[in-house]
Design a binder for this molecule. Sequence first.
Ligand code: 8OZ
Length: 367
Amino acid sequence: MSSLFDATQAGSLHLANRIVMAPLTRNRSPGGVPGPLAVEYYRQRASAGLIVSEGTAISPQGQGYADVPGLYRPEQLAGWRRVTDAVHAAGGRIVAQLWHVGRVSHTDLQPGHQAPVGPSAIAAATKTYLVRNGQGAFVETSVPRALAAEELPGIVDDFRRAARAALEAGFDGVEIHGANGYLLDQFMKLGANHRTDHYGGSIANRLRFPLEVVRAVAAEIGAGRVGLRISPAAPANGISDPDPQPLFEALLAELAPLGLAYLHVIEGATGGPREVGDRPFDYTRLKAAWRNAGAKGAWMVNNGYDRALADRAVEEGADLVAFGRLFIANPDLVRRLRERAPLNTPDRATFYGGGAEGYTDYPALPA
Ligand code: 8OZ
């Protein structure tokens, strides 16, 4: 019987256990450059089998929040190199989460104060985080402009280049952010995609751009170093789709032959209830679609897990379990889960922005 604490393999990634630190936006990288505090924060959490970095912008256009890191300027790569070196020196593994927010942005954050971009010119009913005069504030996102089909190869190329940059910065691989109402999720879901060209309408058309991105990144660095994050049912950032089950089963059937390292599935509403709406999404069926199509990649589950739920998930065939908020508050979460030790409580007030407080000052158990 496999356990949460067993070593395992995800594509080319050899992992010391099945516990994953989920990607967590912390807004502590002014200028998009992770600094010494980020080095310490990730180093403290290196006993995770795998760390997925916080969402990291692939381009200036892909950025949607103040003080999130990027992977497109040399200083950003140098900052990340110090993080990845520290994680590796502590025996950990870390992948970079490649992020294009699409319409979830603000003109203040976009090059030349232009409108953010999306599949269609439909505003996301959600807020983003800006820093104005040194003060953090949540503000409505700006109305996006619809991308021309001719612009899409450029964005695919930004993802491809960011994947290459991630390896240069010492990451073990990348996770493509296809979840939570950001650009790839916007293309997949009808609430944000009203296109009438071959990137909108049918399921095959709505999957076209996300699949172009995944294939390009896999071709660039090897599929065994690439994961994809999805959130089929999450209403995050104002996203919606009337019928996600066939959409995501079709996506997985297309992905299966690529040989990705893992698929990261957020079950339910991100950071919220595991059941959403009146028509439950069937994750067991989704996983069966993945395996039936021949996929060998690890199945990573996420959302509201604790030790008991995680044990059950592994018994039922999940390969990896990602923990978010618990990793914010417990740098030694792996040990605490193993020893069934008490957990520190995450402090919501210090999730986004600020310095060491609520970031690197959560205590580990005494040695
Ligand atoms: C919280 C705040 C800002 C961004 C996501 C990257 O939901 C995020 C995010 C989460 O995937």
